[in-house]
Design a protein around this ligand. Structure first.
Ligand SMILES: NC(=O)C1=CN([C@@H]2O[C@H](COP(=O)(O)OP(=O)(O)OC[C@H]3O[C@@H](n4cnc5c(N)ncnc54)[C@H](O)[C@@H]3O)[C@@H](O)[C@H]2O)C=CC1
Ligand SMILES: O=C(O)CCC(=O)C(=O)O
Length: 416
């Protein structure tokens, strides 16, 4: 069923998982006053109930927006992932309903790179074990298995924003950097790309993963891959918990292989601070365990809050979808002296000619038209003189394959 937009003051925004106040401030400044914030994520059942009257939802990595949640989200207009990863959102379910999904692709890059570098140095020196012993009253003063970072080889798997940033920071400390990526990437500094994952695993003293959660990365590190690593290597994962077979890693560490590991992400993560964290890696004093906080710095969270809320505001205010991760990207100039109709439809042949026909049949003159499609949907934005707006809206409602219809720059009595 086609959906039309609402007056700004009626737009309901739900922000989950303790999204930074900067997002709330931004939304309030833009005139969006109906905002609910929660410090936790919600279960699927809770979301199905809660999302029915929500127009914009903001979340981080813990909230799962499944097909079932989207099916219940009758009014949902856009999704903001206040993070980099978007694997927690069923992007196709969103697309099929004409819902763009936005994220913050760079705002926490630096935070992750800094944490990984710090962990590499701590593990090269055996600090977790030495610190634990000192807390227990012990005194493990020894150079055994303690190394400088200088001259060691850092192997980065996934040379995107985080991998490349880590590469630059690591080289400045004296690491030799190798990286493996499925596509050819321009090297930062003196880093060198290797031809295979196997080669990287065999050559690196420190291995760090920075790939997204996609089918090709699911469980890409298991027993066979860990077996290729040096006996005294260090293993770090701050990407996604689905990338590493955690049981296999626990067994390898148990066997005495690997100097240590630092793991920030897990196949199953607690939904909130009160839920117990269960992992076969618990209790190992050469393993740093962190609760998915690679991107959790005040600097990153503030920037993410601003960046993603701006994307939601821009989409809500004028229809721009630039940087959406699932949606045709359209950059739109503001035309507040016109009525702007946003028509989202299934991308099948004939829809555009039908749109132009229904508008032509009504004698509606188009001031501007912007179209972009992807394999799933077509997104056409049509500006008309205000006199034509209501008639154009009615005409567009009749177009076959319409998924969603919104009106901007209109008086509230004209909006449905
Ligand atoms: N622990 C945390 O708090 C955080 C975790 N992340 C995770 O880190 C991931 C990476 O972030 P970015 O560097 O910004 O992403 P990005 O998209 O810039 O880079 C990912 C790189 O991985 C490569 N890649 C994809 N599949 C691969 C495969 N099978 N083998 C090797 N390389 C492959 C891509 O070609 C790309 O160069 C995010 O997708 C997210 O899941 C991101 C931020 C915070
Ligand atoms: O801050 C979060 O909740 C998740 C960070 C993360 O994993 C990401 O940005 O992809």
């Amino acid at each position: 069923m086609a959906k039309t937009s609402l007056d700004k003051s009626k737009i309901k925004i739900l922000l989950l998982e303790g999204i930074h106040q900067s997002a709330v401030d931004n939304l309030l400044n833009a005139g969006y006053t109906n905002i609910e914030t929660l410090s936790t994520s919600l279960s699927e059942d809770e979301l199905v109930e809660k999302i029915r009257d929500v127009h914009f939802i903001g979340l981080r990595s813990r909230t799962q927006l499944t097909e079932r949640v989207f099916a219940a989200a009758e009014r949902l207009t856009a999704v903001g992932c206040f993070c980099i990863g978007t694997n927690q959102v069923d992007l196709n379910a969103a697309l099929e309903r004409g819902i763009p999904v936005f994220n913050a692709p760079y705002s926490n890059t630096r935070s992750v790179a800094e944490l990984v570098l710090a962990e590499a140095i701590m593990l090269l020196r055996g600090i977790p074990e030495k610190s634990t012993r000192a807390h227990q009253g012990g005194w493990l003063k020894s150079a055994k298995n303690a190394h400088e970072a200088r001259g060691k080889t850092l192997g980065i798997i996934g040379y995107g924003s985080i991998g490349a940033q880590l590469s630059v920071l690591a080289e400045s400390l004296g690491f030799d950097v190798l990286y493996y990526d499925v596509i050819t990437k321009l090297a930062m500094g003196n880093a060198r790309q290797v031809g295979s994952l196997e080669e990287l695993l065999a050559r690196a003293d420190v291995v760090s993963l920075h790939v997204p959660d996609v089918p090709s990365t699911r469980w890409m590190i298991g027993r066979d891959q860990l077996a290729l690593m040096k006996q005294t290597a260090i293993f770090i994962n701050a990407s996604r918990g689905t990338v590493v077979d955690i049981e296999a890693l626990a067994e390898v560490l148990e066997s005495g292989k690997l100097l240590g590991a630092a793991i920030d992400v897990f196949p199953v993560e607690p939904k909130g601070t009160n839920e117990e964290f269960v992992s076969p890696l618990r209790g190992k004093d050469n393993v740093i365990l962190t609760p998915h906080i690679g991107g959790s710095t005040l600097e990153a969270q503030e920037n993410i809050g601003i960046e993603v809320s701006e994307k939601l505001i821009t989409y809500s205010d004028n229809g721009t979808t630039i940087t959406s991760v699932n949606f045709p990207e359209v950059a739109l100039p503001a035309h507040p002296d016109k009525h702007r109709l946003l028509h989202i439809h299934e991308n099948v042949p004939g829809v555009m000619s039908e749109i132009n026909k229904v508008l032509g049949d009504e004698g509606i003159n188009i001031s501007a038209q912007y179209l972009q499609t992807n394999s799933g949907v077509g997104y056409v934005v049509i500006d008309v003189d205000k006199a034509y707006g209501p008639k154009a809206l009615e005409a567009l409602k009749r177009v076959n394959h319409t998924l969603r219809l919104r009106v901007l720059y209109s008086e509230s009595n004209f909006e449905a």
